[in-house]
Design a protein around this ligand. Structure first.
Ligand code: SF4
Length: 351
């Protein structure tokens, strides 16, 4: 992949760290999301307007690592669910513009009930979060009395409120290890839960049957083919991937954990990345001299989260101008969900 094309002006705090060789135009994305060289100037203008608006409106822009590259570039803080939850709790900005999906913005609101939390598009949901409801969790709890409920942050406020503790992909193993109890219901991601169960065999973990379709679609055979074409590459996988993919991985971690994982392999030049394609853009910004290859052997067409790509620059600008769409959570539900989230935040990252 060539990375020495257009030099682009800085657009915000995240952009300042980029190297001169970075370019939105030469980033190899699925065709629909590629920024054409003739559009770069408009993108930069819009990014500049968004940064100005954010300052004027006392807003902090948080963005998940799966956001569109152009959105990643206007963020004050980029990260995984855990990093963003921690930052949301620490901010003193009046507004939090959350460039991610609904459950993330909802978690930010739960941790900051006195702040305005804005999600630029209400269409940004999550199939995994939708796979469990408060009723289905209640039903499950009744079927497994005496079990502690560990719920992945990819869930609604109502489900979090019915849980004992939350976790993210960055701390799931530590969260489960931190529990005194041995009988656990792990919801809703079966792949993450199975991976945790392998790390903590002393616990009796019952798995809910949910999954992230973006990660679950990847098969070991596709990764194997990619490894054959890059035999010296280090394979880094997200724990939402299936077991046959995780079995081939040298590193298994959250998206922010991937940034650290690359640093642990200074001798390696090429990395095969098994997660949503926008993470490759993030890694390229941090490590412009390394090569990152999508694990599906494609350019990310399969490892694509449609929800994460619902947010674009015009919607971020509109969110700041019109104060939309404000996330509200019932105070009683929020109190229960906050207990599960705060309990999680007291546990450190897996590493
Ligand atoms: S990548 Fe999967 S878990 Fe994450 S927001 Fe998209 S559908 Fe949900």
């Amino acid at each position: 992949m060539t990375r020495d094309a257009t030099t682009i002006p800085s657009a915000g705090p995240a952009a300042e760290e980029r190297t001169a060789s970075s370019s939105l135009a030469d980033f190899c994305t699925p065709p629909t999301w590629t920024v054409r060289p003739e559009d770069i100037e408009d993108v930069r203008r819009l990014q500049g307007e968004i940064r100005q608006l954010a300052r004027a409106r006392s807003a902090v822009i948080l963005a998940h690592n799966y956001q569109l590259p152009a959105v990643q570039e206007v963020a004050d803080i980029l990260g995984d669910s855990l990093a963003l939850a921690i930052k949301a709790r620490e901010t003193d900005a009046e507004r939090i513009v959350f460039c991610g999906v609904h459950f993330m913005a909802e978690s930010a609101k739960i941790l900051n009930m006195d702040r305005k939390v804005l999600l630029p598009s209400l269409a940004a949901g999550c199939s995994l979060a939708d796979s469990i409801t408060a009723d289905s969790l209640q039903d499950w709890k009744e079927r497994y009395p005496g079990h502690v409920v560990v719920t992945y942050i990819n869930s609604s406020a109502e489900v979090k409120a019915l849980s004992d503790i939350c976790c993210t992909s960055a701390n799931a193993v530590s969260v489960v290890r931190s529990l005194r109890e041995d009988k656990i219901l792990f919801t809703p991601d079966r792949n993450l839960g199975r991976w945790v169960a392998r790390q903590v065999p002393e616990k009796d973990i019952v798995l809910y049957d949910g999954c992230c379709p973006t990660h679950d679609v990847l098969r070991g055979i596709s990764v194997e083919k990619t490894v054959q074409t890059h035999p010296r590459a280090v394979v880094i996988a997200h724990p939402e991937c299936r077991e046959d993919v995780l079995d081939m991985a040298d590193e298994i971690c959250s998206t922010s954990g991937m940034v650290d994982a690359v640093a642990r392999h200074p001798e390696a030049q090429t990395f095969i990345i098994a997660t949503e394609w926008a993470m490759v853009y993030r890694l390229q910004q941090v490590y412009p001299d390394k090569e990152f290859v999508m694990a599906d052997g494609c350019i990310g067409c399969r490892l694509h989260c449609p929800y994460m790509k619902m947010i674009d620059l015009p919607l971020v600008k509109r969110a700041l101008e019109e104060d939309v769409f404000e996330i509200e959570v019932d105070p009683e539900v929020a109190a229960g969900a906050r207990r599960s989230l705060e309990r999680m935040l007291a546990v450190p990252r897996d590493r």
